[in-house]
Design a protein around this ligand. Sequence first.
Ligand code: ADP
Ligand code: AMP
Length: 217
Amino acid sequence: MQLLLMGPPGAGKGTQAAELVKKFDIPHISTGDMFRAAVKEGTELGKKAKACMDSGKLVPDDVTIGIVRDRLAKKDCAKGFILDGFPRTVEQADALAGILEGLNQPLTKVLNIHVPSEDLIERAIGRRICKSCGATYHVKFNPPKVENVCDECNGNLYQRADDNEETMRNRLSVYEDSTRPLTEYYKKAGIYLEIDGRQPIDKVTEELVNVLSSVKD
Ligand code: ADP
Ligand code: AMP
């Protein structure tokens, strides 16, 4: 099953992908996570990505397409994958179509998690992530049992540098300009579905699992 989770920053893509990984046992491929790991490791890729990420701009298409191409070629993707945060431009979507054609793994479903922009800033500002395992929390909507401690692995939680109001406004405006047009792109392909992301986390998961349970590999 080749899934694409779409939606604006803060819509809940990473949160839902973590649940779908447990349910369907396919890898979660988040370009944002890959860039954050590269920044942490101080690699050349991390150096290229950091300034864009800090200001809420997109990392250049050629760089982003390259890391996704390499990742999708890995063995664990042969049984399917969940893309999150890629593609974000028409150029990336065209490149993805070519990569998937080459792998003979067309997209099974494009699931767009819809959340109105007025909710997204609060979601991003309250987001906390585990330093050790990457689990995502929210100070109000999905708090850990013990403040700043991960329920899953006892790791410490941190706040992303780009989860502040100013950068988030830039990210939302980049989303409107560059990424929202992709909904039309995928609607045409007939595999597109919109999910109401304003529901509680477990309800969104339930809806996604219901949709996907009727899908054949
Ligand atoms: P994305 O990957 O789309 O940027 P995340 O999954 O990281 O979004 O979610 C953004 C923030 O919103 C996190 O703090 C997460 O805990 C919270 N969140 C996710 N889904 C919901 C939901 N359905 N209702 C309320 N808060 C949510
Ligand atoms: P995310 O974790 O998806 O919110 O992404 C965080 C940041 O990483 C974005 O604001 C961009 O700077 C960068 N990024 C992630 N995915 C992409 C992508 N597909 N294209 C360009 N930049 C990206």
